[in-house]
Design a protein around this ligand. Sequence first.
Ligand code: BES
Ligand code: ZN
Ligand code: ZN
Length: 470
Amino acid sequence: MTYKHTKTLDTSKDFILPCRKDNLQTIKDFLPIAKPDFDGSFSTHQLLYGSQGNRIYLIGLGEEKHSAQLEKTFQKLAFDTQKYWDKSIQVYAEDLTEDEVRKAVIGLEMAQYEIGEFKSKKEKQHKITISFSSTKSVKKILDEGKYTGETINKIKGLVDAPPNIKTPEFLGNWAEKSAKDAKYKCTVLKHKELKKQGFEAVLSVGKGSVNKPVVIINEYNGKTSKKVDIALVGKGITFDSGGLSIKPSTNLHYMKSDMGGAAVVLGVVELIAKLKLKINIVGIVCSAENAVDAESYRPGDVINSYSGKTIEIIDTDAEGRLVLADGLSYAVKNLKPDYLIDLATLTGSVVRTLGYEAAGMFTHNEAMAKTMSDIGYNVHERVWQLPMFEEYKSDLHSDIADLRNFSGKPLTGATNAAQFLESFTEDHENWMHLDIAGVSFGSSPYAKMKSASGYGIQLITEFIKEKALK
Ligand code: BES
Ligand code: ZN
Ligand code: ZN
């Protein structure tokens, strides 16, 4: 899709007319309809034909409370009707705010997502130019919306990709190509280098797979200074079988999505580079496959880590926290970032606690929690803070090593995982952990099986925008 700004709307051609709930003055301004049978309800649309036989789509923006998820209404319209659109269509944008225009573009772009990438016969999409008409120029917002929507689609493509294709090395290649295209620096640490630098926890998790682990370090410098403003760390388990503590087979195929955190980190760095924000960020992806093999790490093993802390393995299915431990240690030791945020599909516990509506948020920094929570509401990628009380910490105690990777109890699972990670942050004041297990992958109206949601791109990008120089 191509997006353009125009000053005036050509009412003799196809156009989309956004309408707010129970305020249908817009319709009356354009059409001689006294009492329209369309009330502007959220995510509804209706087709009328104009006097030139042109298409006029009335599209419902709903109420104020729907504004955070406005992309859904445009995504639905495009998904349902774009096969009928000609080479171009207009959007009447005079009454839309900048946020609404951006969300409209994100939604239109999200409707271009092709879930059937691996089908032998693919449906052909035709090129469409969408002109947003308004007296005020929205060119910059259109670009931003397009880049954001494209990034969301790209990371959905990664999360939905099959695990035999999306190996750790594949993620590394993806990052190298992205870095070349969007002009940032990418370093992929492979087996030999990981050994040399001491990424012992990453290596342990990856031991049982022929697809060897990698750590990806993506650096974007939008400022002249060298100081790292924000470091992002993502869990990139390309398939989580559970390892020797093997998972049941029901829904096991969905464990291809266990690199949802990594996908957000890869996507955000690419997007920030394309938006050329004045900020320095580093994205770290710790990627491995948690497989079953004679070489696999075992329950009972004591492993080392990048930090030098030893870990007793109680359950090989608690592997995400291990790879993240090394990513966090690497960040605090080498980058000393102002903010440190990790994202991971880390626990089933957070899914049982918050379902599919919010990520679990863990931090000791209340100001950061408030900022993230507010942004979450605004972009409809919500977060909900969960506790890290001191008393829970005894669950990490090991008799034989510095700490263990699982308490063995069916209690406070998401908190235990967060506190395990905290042990590798050296009490970084601006650290936050987001457990996105429930929100990164799930049901949608556009697929019969569960699929990637794209959660996190807007949340983290808006957070970074707030910290960037204006
Ligand atoms: N990848 C899973 C968490 C997960 C669950 C992600 C459901 C997405 C949907 C993680 O590695 C895991 O297996 N966690 C275990 C930890 C337990 C063994 C301590 C869990 O939460 O059950
Ligand atoms: Zn696991
Ligand atoms: Zn996992």
